[in-house]
Design a protein around this ligand. Sequence first.
Ligand code: PHE
Length: 371
Amino acid sequence: MSDIEVIKDKYLGEISAATDGDALETIRVAALGKKGEISLLLKTLGKMTPEERQTEGPKINGARQAVADAIAARKEAMESDVLNARLATEKLDMTLPPPSAPKGSIHPVSQVMDELAEIFADLGFSVATGPEIEDDWHNFTALNIPETHPARAMHDTFYFPQTDDQGMPKLLRTHTSPVQIRTMMDVAKQTDGEGEPIYIIAPGRTYRSDSDATHTPMFHQVEGLVIDKNIHMGHLKWTLETFVRAFFERDDIELRLRPSYFPFTEPSAEVDVGFSVEKGRRIIGGDPRGDNGGWMEILGSGMVHPNVIRNCGLDPDVWQGFAFGCGIDRLAMLKYGMDDLRAFFDGDLRWTEHYGFDALDVPTLSGGVGA
Ligand code: PHE
């Protein structure tokens, strides 16, 4: 056997005995590297006679190729050995529970908005929305609050520095009443001033420059509006009673209407709900005249002022109605027992996890109105 055959067999033997990639690499360098044994032999070809080169050339090149092929083959075999070993030892247990994914929850404000929509849908109301950036006219003037009216000072309004194209002051709406204005105006327009019955609630974000444990600069309000023929305060009281009883899920809730003043309603009433103490806890419902019982204000309401109806392009001699408004955040606090409003908007996930609702659990009301 020629030298080259011996050298080739030596490397082929080493290759088949190699057990890992490092060992293979060492062999490759020793044989085929720049100063490898076979590489050096290839260099001797240049010094040979043409005859010698003819016989030696193919042998040395053949050896180089054989060693290179053997290394590649061994490498591939090693990789599949590693894979086979992993397949043999690692098992996929299909019965294991999957890792738990972080789960979101429904914010109490969203939950209460859904509950309100659900209750009022049962009473025939639809949900209306409008812009949060309003103009002075829709937020105040149309609601019978003229420019110089002291009631404007009751709302700590956020005004924008610029007016709109017509010189109208722009602001962040201080209540959702402008949605009522927009709804009535749309109806007046669509019916050429004829008018038609309106039953809406307007839930949404509202803004006032105010901040303490029970006030945040942004808060949520729901207002209701009914416009129809022959509507009177009895309808208002029944609607609010039915709503409050469905919302707090108790039939023994009493309502008390106290005369009040709002520029957009006449007469106006503030609405209190009766509370009592059960097992040491204050709850909405029960006997407000009993020990530790009492009244808590939750709503503003009244019969829509004829000026407001007229401002929207409808005839107040044909159409009357009532309106009411209350804080959604406050409703949520009373129903679900949170005591600091600011925590609602801190975005602390521990809070939402504690007070939030499972998306798959809604609706949570035990039944609709009249259930
Ligand atoms: N818009 C009033 C407020 O925000 C609430 C209200 C609405 C009162 C409708 C009466 C009638 O203070």
